[in-house]
Design a protein around this ligand. Structure first.
Ligand code: SAM
Length: 217
């Protein structure tokens, strides 16, 4: 970790706080995880701009603000299991690894999952488990989860994911009407007393989920 990276992350955390991120543990995690290690060399200079960046395979690493916001919305307290759907670069999983006891992350593109695994290993992050699969089905073997973060847009929240939440658990997903829609809404589902309480938390923009609970390629 270069001192320059540390200074840039401190600045990024201050900007995230100014943009409304309140959870101190989330801000700390964003300050600690070196985002430049999750993008290719040529893009490292842009690692701390608040923008999504390409990671190959027509996919992106999410912008820092949305990573922080989704983490905040699942209300981490340092314990429990979290499921991430859409490993991508592994950056979001690395942030979640500082906020939950165990992270389970599912990605459908093998090359991305393998690269993410290497990035986390090189940072000695050991509480993240990887699977290559259609994440719309979740990862039932380790359910129930205290939190689920879907990092690709879905037409509606996949039922298998909601079923894998523990009582009181929180799921956050971008929901939109079509694969290329600019009208996605960051949606939170809280499982409470056997019911699902659905809340909307503003517009967002993600690449689409593919597969059974998403859209065809
Ligand atoms: N969380 C990632 C990060 O920190 O870099 C960013 C994820 S990117 C916005 C969305 C990811 O979801 C892509 O890597 C894409 O391949 C993956 N994805 C799309 N459909 C999927 C599915 N059905 N199951 C698992 N992953 C999927």
């Amino acid at each position: 970790m270069t001192p320059t990276g540390r200074i840039q992350r401190e600045r990024m955390a201050r900007e995230l706080a100014a943009q409304g991120i309140r959870d101190a543990a989330v801000l700390r995690a964003m300050q600690e995880v070196p985002r430049e290690r999750f993008v290719e060399e040529a893009l490292r200079g842009k690692a701390y701009s608040d923008a999504a960046l390409p990671i190959g395979e027509k996919q992106t690493i999410s912008q820092p603000w949305i990573v922080a916001r989704t983490c905040e919305l699942v209300e981490p307290d340092g314990t429990g299991r979290v499921l991430e759907v859409g490993t991508g670069s592994g950056y979001h999983a690395a942030v979640l690894a500082r906020l939950f006891e165990l992270v389970y992350t599912v990605e459908r593109i093998p090359a991305l999952s393998q690269r993410a695994r290497q990035s986390l290993r090189s940072l000695r992050i050991e509480n993240v488990h990887f699977k290559i699969f259609d994440g719309g089905y979740g990862w039932s073997e380790f359910a129930p989860y205290r939190a689920i973060v879907v990092t690709a847009a879905v037409p509606e929240v996949p039922t298998p994911l909601v079923e894998q939440l523990e009582e009181g658990g929180r799921l956050v997903a971008p929901v939109g009407p079509s694969a290329d829609s600019a009208e996605q809404v960051l949606t939170r589902v809280v499982r409470s007393g056997g019911k699902n309480v659905v809340e909307e938390h503003g517009p967002c923009r993600f690449v689409p989920l593919r597969g059974k609970y998403g859209w065809d390629e």
